[in-house]
Ligand binder design. Structure first.
Ligand code: C5P
Length: 295
């Protein structure tokens, strides 16, 4: 049987509010996901035997049991009862540990590919359960939509019909950030959840997106994890300064997810590409690029 190659796109969070801490250790979120056209490439090929083999062009990706693509494959085979070996190949372009969902998106692409290749695909509900078990961001990527609200752990997805294509510059400093550590710090007194009425800011942002009102969109971007991350990883403040300089005043760069990458909304592809070039020239050790909404 031949393999299937799918793009595994990145995401940013245009809005991320923490509503409360849950008994399971996770946090209740209200987040607005945007899928980007920046993507890894995942190939899944059924082979004889029962082994799941993994190859990747980047040394950043773990080869051990923490590899989400392999975990996704094993979870799918177990849930579906499909007895097969698999070869997974990953071409990595999304920066790792950057808050851009790279690992989760790879896992979602493996699930989606297996769902197309399997002799007896999983019922929708079982596929979603598989996705949820792998991580809070995985259901968004499995949903296959460019914009969505995420509620609960961020894994209850409500697709948003937003016929807009945005352009962004993103930048990732030479700094890995641990997501559990950031969320743990958020639960500490003083580090804490936002006191704004939940949803009010999110609705304003949604109106600005619908009207393609660039200052409104920039003003509505919000991430409750940002202050905690800036305090612990001061380089993130520097990234915001460098990105703001590269795009222009009032461009209001924001941390994506738990970081360490920062993005800004640009007025055009040309502005995003020029800004990315300026960031790379200013900080050659960082990664930066232009990306549009992944439609
Ligand atoms: O689900 P995922 O493995 O991506 O989450 C990584 C960590 O981030 C979790 O173990 C948890 O500590 C934290 N987290 C959280 N609340 C969320 C999402 C993630 O506390 N809604």
């Amino acid at each position: 049987m031949s393999g299937l190659t799918l793009p595994a796109r990145a995401k940013i969070n245009l809005y991320l509010d923490i509503l409360k801490r849950r008994p399971d250790g996770y946090h209740e979120l209200l987040t607005l996901f945007e899928r980007l056209d920046l993507a890894d490439e995942v190939t899944v090929e059924p082979v004889s035997g029962r082994e799941v083999a993994f190859a990747c062009d980047s040394p950043e990706v773990p080869r051990d049991a923490s590899n989400l693509a392999v975990r996704a494959a094993r979870a799918y085979l177990k849930a579906s009862g499909w007895r097969t070996g698999l070869k997974i190949r990953l071409v990595k372009r999304i920066p790792a540990a950057a808050g851009m969902g790279g690992g989760s998106s790879d896992a979602a692409a493996v699930l989606t590919a297996l769902q197309r290749l399997a002799p007896r695909p999983l019922p929708e509900k079982a596929l979603l359960a598989c996705a949820r078990g792998l991580g809070a961001d995985v259901p968004f990527f499995v949903s296959g939509v460019p914009f969505a609200w995420g509620r609960g752990r961020g894994d209850e997805i409500e697709p948003l019909d937003l016929p807009v294509t945005l352009w962004h510059v993103w930048a990732r400093p030479d700094c890995d950030i641990s997501t559990p550590e950031v969320y743990r710090a958020c639960a500490e007194p003083g580090g804490g959840p936002s006191l704004r009425p939940p949803g009010a800011g999110a609705q304003l942002l949604l109106r600005a997106l619908e009207a393609l009102d660039l200052p409104g969109i920039r003003g509505g971007l919000f991430n409750a994890l940002e202050s905690v991350v800036e305090e612990r990883y001061p380089v993130v403040r520097e990234v915001k300064t460098v990105v703001e300089k590269a795009v222009g005043p009032l461009s209001r760069p924001l941390l994506s997810g738990s970081g360490s990458s920062v993005f800004a909304v640009c007025g055009s592809r040309a502005q995003a590409e020029a800004a990315a070039e300026r960031v790379r020239a200013a900080r050659p050790g960082w990664r930066a690029g232009a990306a549009a909404t992944g439609r």
